[in-house]
Design a protein around this ligand. Structure first.
Ligand SMILES: *Cc1c(COP(=O)(O)O)cnc(C)c1O
Length: 367
C-alpha cells in the first residue's frame, strides 16, 4: 500500500474527516439485506430528513457522489421534451444544464456573472414568463463561493405546477437548508463537503409533489441504476434487491450524521459563520480580496483572488508539500485567478483558520 500522507483538507471537498467516521468505515461488512443493515438504512433516512429539514418520505442516500444525486433528480423528474430552466453562475449550474440536456430536456439557461448571486425577483419574473416543467438552481456555488438566496422561488414555480430543484451539495450542514419551508421539490447533496464523510453517497430528498410527477411518467426512467421507482423499493418497506448498497459508506454517513446532530444544526451553522468571519478578517488584513459578491459569501467556501505577486500553482504546491494543507484552485472563469479555501464541517476550526492564514502569509513572503 502506498503511504497516505495526513493532509488538512481546506479546499472545495473532500473535507477533513473525523476519526469516528473513518472508524465506522472499518467496521465489518454485512449483507445488504441483513436486518441490522436495514435498521441502519431506516436510521439514515430519519437523520437525513432532520438535516434537510423536511418530512419528505422519499429521502435516501443514492450510491454515488454528489453528481449522481444531480443526475438522479434530473433523470427521474424530466422526460424527453420537458422544459427546464437552470440558473447558471458557475461550474455546477453549468453541469446541471449538461445533465438536463442529456435527459432530453429543452433547457433554458439563465445566466449571471461568475461571483454574483441571482436577484430572486428577476428569476421569479423569468419563471412566470417561461413556466418550465422544472426550475433548478445551485444553493452554494462551490466554484465561485456564492450563497444563493432561494427562499422565495417556490411559489412562482408551483403556481403553474412546476418543480423546484435545489443543489445542496456544498450548502447542506454548513448553512441553513430548509427544504420544506422553502418549498423545494427535489434536493441532492454529497457526503464529502460539510457532512465531513468520504465521497461516495449522495443524500436525495423528493417532495410528495415530485413523487407524483415520478409516478405519472409516461416512459421509463432512462437510467437503470438511478431509477428511483426501483431504488425506493429497496429503501422502502418492500426491501426489493436493486443494487448492492455500498455497505460501509452507509455506516460512515450514519456516523457523520450523528456527529452533525450531536453538535446541532444551529451551532454548526454558527461555527461555519464564525470561522468564515475569522478567515475573512485575516485575509483582508493581508490585502487579499474575495472574488465573490460582498454580502453573498458562502461561509464554507471562500473564493479569493490569488495574492498579488504569488504564482497560483507554486503557492498551492508550497502549502501542500511543505505544510500538508490542501486548498482549491480556481475553476472555469476563475482558473489561475482565484484560490478556494474551504472551511467545511469538521475542518471549520479556529486552528485551521490560523494555520492557513499563517501559511498564506509565508507563501506571500517567499514570492
Ligand atoms: C461538489 C459539488 C457537486 C458534485 O459533487 P461530486 O461529489 O463531485 O460528484 C455538485 N454541486 C456542487 C455545488 C458541488 O459543490
Amino acid at each position: 500500500m502506498i503511504d497516505i500522507p495526513e493532509r488538512i483538507l481546506l479546499g472545495p471537498g473532500p473535507s477533513c474527516i473525523p476519526q469516528r467516521v473513518l472508524a465506522a468505515l472499518a467496521k465489518p461488512t454485512i449483507g445488504h439485506l441483513d436486518p441490522v443493515f436495514l435498521r441502519i438504512m431506516d436510521d439514515l433516512r430519519t437523520k437525513l430528513r432532520t438535516v434537510f429539514q423536511t418530512t419528505n418520505e422519499l429521502t435516501l442516500a443514492v450510491s454515488g457522489t454528489g453528481s449522481a444525486g444531480m443526475e438522479t433528480v434530473f433523470v427521474n423528474l424530466l422526460e424527453p421534451g420537458d422544459t427546464a430552466m437552470v440558473a447558471v453562475a458557475g461550474v455546477f449550474g453549468g453541469r446541471m444544464v449538461d445533465v438536463a440536456r442529456r435527459c432530453g430536456g429543452a433547457v433554458e439557461a439563465v445566466e449571471a456573472p461568475w461571483g454574483t448571486a441571482f436577484d430572486q425577483d428577476l428569476l421569479i419574473e423569468k419563471i412566470r414568463a417561461s413556466k418550465p416543467a422544472v426550475f433548478a438552481i445551485v444553493h452554494g456555488e462551490t466554484s465561485t463561493g456564492v450563497l444563493q438566496p432561494v427562499d422565495r422561488i417556490a411559489e412562482a414555480v408551483h403556481a403553474y405546477g412546476g418543480l423546484f430543484i435545489l443543489d445542496c451539495v456544498t450548502s447542506l450542514a454548513g448553512v441553513p437548508v430548509e427544504i420544506d419551508r422553502w418549498g423545494v421539490d427535489a434536493a441532492y447533496s454529497g457526503t464529502q463537503k460539510c457532512l465531513s464523510c468520504p465521497p461516495g453517497l449522495s443524500p436525495v430528498s423528493l417532495s410528495p409533489r415530485a413523487v407524483e410527477r415520478l409516478d405519472r411518467r409516461k416512459g421509463k426512467v432512462a437510467s437503470w441504476y438511478l431509477d428511483l421507482t426501483m431504488v425506493r423499493q429497496y429503501w422502502g418497506q418492500e426491501r426489493f434487491y436493486h443494487h448492492t448498497a455500498p455497505i460501509n459508506m452507509n455506516y460512515a454517513l450514519l456516523e457523520a450524521l450523528d456527529i452533525v446532530l450531536e453538535e446541532g444544526l444551529p451551532a454548526r451553522f454558527k461555527r461555519h459563520a464564525e470561522m468564515h468571519a475569522r478567515l475573512k478578517a485575516g485575509l483582508e488584513s493581508m490585502g487579499i480580496r474575495y472574488v465573490s459578491q460582498e454580502g453573498r459569501h458562502l461561509p464554507q467556501l471562500n473564493a479569493v483572488a490569488v495574492p498579488e505577486g504569488v504564482d497560483d500553482a507554486a503557492g498551492r504546491r508550497l502549502l501542500l508539500n511543505e505544510f500538508g494543507i490542501e486548498i482549491g484552485a480556481g475553476l472555469g472563469a476563475f482558473k489561475g485567478k482565484a484560490w478556494r479555501i474551504g472551511l467545511m464541517g469538521h475542518g471549520a476550526t479556529a486552528r485551521n483558520v490560523e494555520l492557513v492564514l499563517a501559511e498564506i502569509r509565508e507563501a506571500a513572503r517567499r514570492r
